[in-house]
Structures are given as structure tokens and as C-alpha cells.
Write a protein that binds this ligand. Structure first.
Ligand code: HEC
Ligand code: HEC
Length: 401
């Protein structure tokens, strides 16, 4: 089921994707959590962007998910597994491992497990519910009922909330999106946008599920150097056992290069992805205008009060920002893309803000998507502001003069 189309291009793309943040909205790749911690080889499937085929034309036994773009199948399956708190093998048959590659052999099309049949009935039920009871809006998902478990709660927990007691918490007056955003900019310390010209980070990357062994390290490196230069330059440098790999943005040119393969210039969609990733390393991590934003309210994030602000970034994509009500700093960003069955979320958390040359910057960035192996924590060991950095380092290798 691995579609390898053009090996060198795929290898490089894999490098881009594996070393950057999770972007499941992309059609450029599909991710699975089909690999168990002990697997010898990770199981990402990488596809070169091409016209999207619906899943029933690509897979063997699709009865209820017809019309789903194939690139969304694995993210949706991850959503189902996460909703029930199970691995793929809860519903799908695994038939040993391939002795040559060490990979698991999956018979995803098989209907031998009753759980899969039940799952299919549930998909149908959810589709019907949303159609008949929620005007076609996707209000109900597997998670609405399952909450991370195969069993579904039926009885409310006791004791109940006593609504007759006097309320202690007053409703606070909400700030506007403009106020929240300008407080954030002030808190970061970049009010007039002149406080920084360059920024360079050294990071250690930690992965979930012990994915730090030699095989994983080849594609999921554990140290990175990131450099940004205003207004539009970005460089990520990763040291791997097999050599140094890089990706860069130089104005309108995006590129990846590795010691093993050729340098490749990115297409428009890939460049856009890379820009979104680079934006997370800017001191200010919000690029949308306050006028486009909606204040959803004051919520709890852990033990902190946060303002939640939403903005539509595409017809199917919503982004939410979570600002600390006390410090005004950004604590979380989520981006959710709707599909025909389930919303696909990505999350970035910003922690451990410290002062660097007058700016407040997070020293920990955590990213996660639906597949467990995409969870990554970047801990910055060093952040330097306004070092002199030559434009040359951002140029695509081969075009450097
Ligand atoms: C709760 C049950 C359930 C879980 C868990 C689950 N799936 Fe599925 N999967 C299904 C059902 C049901 C279908 C068939 C959908 C249809 O008929 O349209 C399916 C179809 C598939 C297919 C297409 C098979 C074909 O050729 O027709 C693939 C591939 C797949 N799943 C992968 C996965 C992966 C990878 C995971 C783990 C991340 C996973 N699934 C987890 C229920 C599940
Ligand atoms: C409206 C509530 C609701 C929604 C939504 C829902 N389920 Fe269920 N599901 C249930 C209930 C209730 C059961 C029966 C649980 C039990 O027997 O304790 C169940 C059972 C199951 C089981 C069998 C579990 C077992 O081990 O016996 C599977 C598999 C399942 N659901 C998959 C899904 C999938 C996949 C989705 C999303 C496409 C989904 N469910 C959405 C309510 C729901």
C-alpha cells in the first residue's frame, strides 16, 4: 500500500515533512500510526501531490466513506482510533511482519473483525445523524460519544452540580479581538516591529513513544538549528547520521537539500506549508488581522484562564488562538480541517516564555497531530537575537553566487 512514485523526490519530501511540524491538512502526504514502537521501520506513506482520487478508487473495500479524498483516509482512521482509544489492530487484521523489511503486513480491506463491521455501522450512523438531525453540519463525531474509550457512558456521574447554591464566579467582561491581539504584541515586546532583524535557535527534539532510536533518528532528527531573517528568509539545518540536511525559504523560493539527494525547489503549495512552519518561529506567531477574528470567550487551559480567539483560514479550516488572560502571551494554537467524517486537528503549544534581548519567547514548542508518532517537543537550548547573518545562507544551494 506504499505508493512510492519517484524515490529521490519522495525521500526529500519525507525529509521536509518529518523534520518540520505536523501539517495534516496537506495533500502531500498521509500519515499513519500503523507502526508499533518496536517496528524497525517507520510507516509514513509519502505521496507526491497529484490530482486527488476518492478513496473507493484507491482502496479495496470502501462502503461508507465513498467520496473521501484518499489523502484524508489515514488521518480520519487516526481520528477514529484516537476517539475510541485503540490502535488500528482493534478493527484491522495484521498478518505478521515482512521478514525482509521488518514492517507489519496489514490486510486493511479485510472485514474479518467484528469491530470493523461495527465501526462501519457507526460511521453510517454518524453520517445519518448529522444529515437528519443537524442539517448536514458535522456536529457529531465518534469522539462525541466515545471520549477515548470503546465503551460509552450512559449514566451521569453523581453528585450532580447544585445549581441552587449562590454562584461565586462573576462573568468577566470580555476583551475585544483588537485588545487581545494588541496586549499580546505588547507582552512579546515587539510593538513597533523593529526589535528584531534575525533570530537563531538551537533545538533538541523529543518524540513520543520512544521514537529516538537510530532508525527513527534518520528521519526524525533530534537536534535542529533554525534561523530567521527579516522579512522573508528561513533556514532549518538538521544534522543526521548520514550528513547535513537543510530546508530554506529565500523570499519566493523554497527549497530542500540533503547530502544524500539533490536540492529540490518546492512547489507553491509546499512553499506555503513551509512558510506556515517558519511563522511559528517568529516572535509574533499570529499572522491574521484582528478584524477577521472572533472572540469565543474565556476558558481554562490547565489551570490558566485563556482567551480563545477563532479565525477561518480556509473554507474548511478554522484556527484558534489561546491567549493567557494574565500574561497576554500565546499558549496554544489549534488548526482544524473538516472532512466528510471527522475534523482533523493539529495543535501547537508554546511554553516556558523567557526574556531574550527584550522579547518574550517560548523555550518549548510542542506539536501534535492525530498520529502519535507526530508528537514532538522542541526544547530550545539557545536563542540568539540580531546576530549578523549573511543572506547567502538562505539561498538555494546551486544558485548561490
Ligand atoms: C473502529 C474501527 C476502526 C479502527 C480503529 C481503524 N479503522 Fe480503518 N477502517 C474501518 C472501517 C469500518 C473501514 C471501511 C470503511 C468503509 O467501508 O467505507 C476502514 C478502512 C480502512 C482502510 C481501507 C481498506 C481498504 O482497502 O478498503 C485503511 C487503509 C484503513 N482503514 C486504515 C486504518 C488505520 C491505519 C488505522 C489506525 C490508524 C485504522 N484504519 C483504524 C474501521 C477502523
Ligand atoms: C451517538 C453516540 C455514538 C457515536 C457518535 C459513536 N458511537 Fe460507537 N458506540 C456507541 C454505543 C452506545 C456503543 C455500544 C457501547 C457498549 O456496548 O458499551 C458503541 C460501540 C462501538 C463499537 C463497539 C465497541 C465494542 O468493543 O463493543 C465500535 C467499534 C464503535 N462504537 C465505533 C464507533 C466509531 C468508529 C464511531 C465514529 C464513526 C462511533 N462509534 C460513533 C455510541 C456511539
Amino acid at each position: 500500500m506504499t505508493e512510492v512514485i519517484n524515490k529521490s523526490r519522495v525521500t526529500s519530501l519525507l525529509f521536509v515533512l518529518a523534520t518540520t511540524f505536523v501539517l495534516i491538512t496537506s495533500t502531500a502526504y498521509i500519515q499513519t500510526k500503523a507502526s508499533a514502537p518496536g517496528d524497525a521501520v517507520p510507516k509514513e506513506i509519502v505521496q507526491v501531490p497529484q490530482p486527488e482520487k476518492p478513496v473507493e478508487q484507491v482502496r479495496k473495500n470502501i462502503q461508507v466513506l465513498q467520496g473521501l479524498p484518499d489523502s484524508q483516509l489515514f488521518p480520519v482512521m487516526n481520528f477514529i482510533g484516537d476517539s475510541l482509544g485503540v490502535h488500528c489492530d482493534y478493527c484491522h487484521v495484521r498478518q505478521g511482519t515482512d521478514p525482509k523489511t521488518g514492517r507489519d503486513i496489514w490486510l486493511y480491506e479485510s472485514d474479518d473483525k467484528t469491530e470493523k463491521i461495527r465501526g462501519r455501522q457507526m460511521i453510517k450512523m454518524v453520517q445519518d445523524l448529522n444529515k437528519t438531525s443537524f442539517g448536514g453540519e458535522q456536529k457529531i463525531t465518534c469522539y462525541s460519544c466515545h471520549r477515548g474509550r470503546t465503551r460509552v457512558e450512559r449514566v451521569v456521574p453523581l453528585p450532580p452540580v447544585d445549581f441552587t447554591l449562590p454562584k461565586t464566579d462573576r462573568q468577566p467582561t470580555l476583551l475585544s479581538a483588537e485588545q487581545i491581539l494588541s496586549n499580546y504584541i505588547k507582552a512579546v515586546g515587539d510593538e513597533n516591529g523593529t526589535n528584531f532583524k534575525t533570530i537563531s535557535y538551537k533545538a533538541i527534539v523529543e518524540r513520543s513513544q520512544g521514537r529516538t532510536n537510530a532508525v527513527w533518528q534518520q528521519i526524525l532528527p533530534t537536534t535542529q538549528e533554525i534561523t530567521i531573517k527579516e522579512p522573508d528568509k528561513y533556514l532549518l539545518k538538521v544534522t543526521l547520521p548520514q550528513g547535513i540536511s537543510m530546508q530554506g525559504i529565500d523570499g519566493t523560493v523554497g527549497w530542500v537539500s540533503s547530502n544524500n539527494g539533490p536540492t529540490i525547489q518546492l512547489g507553491a503549495a509546499e512553499l506555503q506549508q513551509l512558510k506556515e512552519i517558519a511563522a511559528l518561529y517568529q516572535p509574533l506567531k499570529v499572522s491574521e488581522q484582528a478584524a477577521q477574528m472572533r472572540v469565543l470567550g474565556l476558558e481554562k487551559l490547565g489551570d490558566r484562564d485563556v482567551y480563545v480567539v477563532a479565525v477561518a483560514t480556509g473554507p474548511l479550516t478554522t484556527r484558534k488562538y489561546f491567549f493567557d488572560a494574565k500574561t497576554s502571551l500565546l499558549l496554544r494554537r489549534t488548526t482544524t480541517t473538516n472532512t466528510m467524517l471527522a475534523p482533523l486537528p493539529e495543535q501547537v503549544d508554546f511554553e516556558d516564555y523567557r526574556d531574550v534581548g527584550g522579547l518574550k519567547l517560548p523555550f518549548i514548542i510542542r506539536t501534535s497531530g492525530l498520529a502519535a508518532f507526530t508528537t514532538a517537543t522542541r526544547k530550545f537550548t539557545d536563542i540568539k537575537l540580531n546576530r549578523a547573518i549573511d543572506d547567502l545562507v538562505f539561498k538555494m544551494p546551486g544558485s548561490r553566487k
